[in-house]
Design a protein around this ligand. Structure first.
Ligand SMILES: *Cc1c(COP(=O)(O)O)cnc(C)c1O
Length: 433
């Protein structure tokens, strides 16, 4: 934190969203964090270069491993999530790949709640299989299924805080209790909630991942991802093997990451091993755009939730709508859990069902005018998609139903337009034939 503050005061969330990690540029005085559009950085001398490569001092070497614009983004995300450190990468999926590459060995397993972003289901089922990492599926609405899925090979548990696209709020304390019992870290994808609505660390998460592409950046203009180290998992006394954290590292003079770097060892290992060797670096320009977006995160999330609640309430009373699954509605089965996990609001992504099934879903997305029919969420613009004909079409019928993406399901990401205009657009599109 670079803002002046009396020792007894912690800055609030909005202050952190604007200031954490940033200071006026020391060489120019530029107040906004510049885009450091450079690949590499001149060493002070040979000893400085050696110390950087030995991890004896931290500093810039090469922008695949770190960049000053990216560093401000990382410190800001870490501050908002209450973590010890963070790593920004090229996408949300890159964040997941780097996290698991840091934790897993061939033959290892992890348990994941099956109510996930469709792309994560694909990544876990198919891409990860080629690395011989096995996903074992549990049900995020039934924390006991995570315990049943644990085996001696389990190295981690993964779930979303608010699950996409089902609108399910996940009982993080219950799943964290399973992770503690199994002795493995809990990884939470906090993309839909953002730290404004939910801080998974406060409910027992050890690692938080983000698609910064969505609400964090917030404007639909940049792909990015982040990994947050909550500093809570004790790699040194773990009963499981995590060689990247625990073993002497041959590419860094035999240092042991967990021993040397303590409560930020995971973020560091993910950077100097995972990001270094796999290579999904975020571009400095994307880091800049996402940083700018984060400055208004509290304002945007509050308004996203307000608009989403109004739209969900309207749809719940619409004659062509069979059901609305938004945890912000008092009648929703997840409402009580939402009040506990994300008391400021249940986010702005939710699903609803059309009485006309698959055809009605296709009709609706074809007839909206203000709302954009596309595969994204977390934009200032309102977005709509019919998962069965798009994002979830590669899944089997059974997987689709389990993921909350059956034939009649439509997903909305409610934006920041005037709510009357959003409602009017939905009404005309639902009336059209
Ligand atoms: C979009 C998304 C991802 C993947 O992020 P990308 O930035 O598109 O790679 C992962 N999890 C959730 C919940 C998402 O919405």
């Amino acid at each position: 934190m670079s803002i002046d503050k009396p020792a007894d005061r912690e800055p609030g969330f909005s202050t952190l969203a604007i200031h954490a990690g940033a200071a006026p540029d020391p060489s120019t005085g530029a107040r906004v964090t510049p885009v450091y559009q450079t690949t590499s950085y001149v060493f002070n001398n040979v000893d400085h270069a050696a110390a950087l490569f030995n991890l004896e001092v931290f500093g810039n070497i090469y922008s695949r491993i770190g960049n000053p614009t990216q560093a401000v983004l990382e410190q800001r995300v870490a501050a908002l999530e209450g973590g010890t450190a963070a790593l920004a990468v090229a996408s949300g999926h890159a964040a997941q790949a780097v996290v698991f590459q840091t934790l897993m060995q061939p033959g290892d397993e992890f348990v994941a709640g099956r109510q996930l972003y469709g792309g994560s289901v694909n990544q876990f089922n198919h891409a990860f299989k080629t690395f011989d990492w096995k996903v074992v599926w549990a049900d995020s609405t039934k924390p006991e299924t995570f315990l049943e899925a644990i085996s001696p090979k389990t190295k981690a548990i993964f779930c979303e805080s608010i699950a996409n696209p089902g609108g399910i709020v996940v009982d993080l304390p219950a799943i964290s209790a399973v992770a503690k019992q199994a002795g493995v870290p809990l990884i939470v994808d906090n993309t839909l909630a953002t730290p404004y609505l939910c801080r998974p660390k406060d409910f027992g998460a050890d690692i938080v991942v983000h698609s910064l592409t969505k609400f964090m950046g917030g404007h639909g203009n940049s792909i990015g991802g982040a990994i947050v180290d909550c500093g809570s998992y004790d790699w040194l006394s773990a009963k499981k093997n995590y060689p990247a954290l625990q073993d002497p590292n041959p590419s860094y003079n035999g240092i042991r990451m967990a021993e040397t770097f303590g409560n930020f060892a995971f973020a560091l290992a993910a950077r100097v091993l995972g990001l270094r060797d796999l290579g999904p670096a975020i571009s400095p320009f994307n880091a800049f755009l996402i940083l700018t977006g984060i400055e208004t995160l509290p304002l945007r999330m509050a308004k996203h939730c307000e608009n989403a609640l109004a739209v969900a309430s309207h749809l719940a009373g619409h004659p062509r709508v069979a059901w609305v699954n938004y945890a912000g509605l008092p009648s929703n089965p997840y409402h009580a859990l939402a009040n506990k996990i994300c008391p400021r609001g249940a986010g702005s992504v939710f699903t609803f069902g059309l009485k006309g099934g698959y055809e009605a879903g296709v009709q609706l997305v074809s007839n909206v005018q203000l709302i954009s029919h596309l595969a994204n969420i977390g934009d200032v613009r309102s977005l709509i998609i019919h998962p069965a004909s798009t994002t979830h079409r590669q899944l089997t019928d059974e997987q689709r139903a389990a993921a909350g993406a059956g034939d009649d399901v439509v997903r909305l990401s409610v934006g920041l337009e005037d709510v009357d205009d959003i409602v009017a657009d939905l009404d005309q599109a639902l009336a059209a034939r």
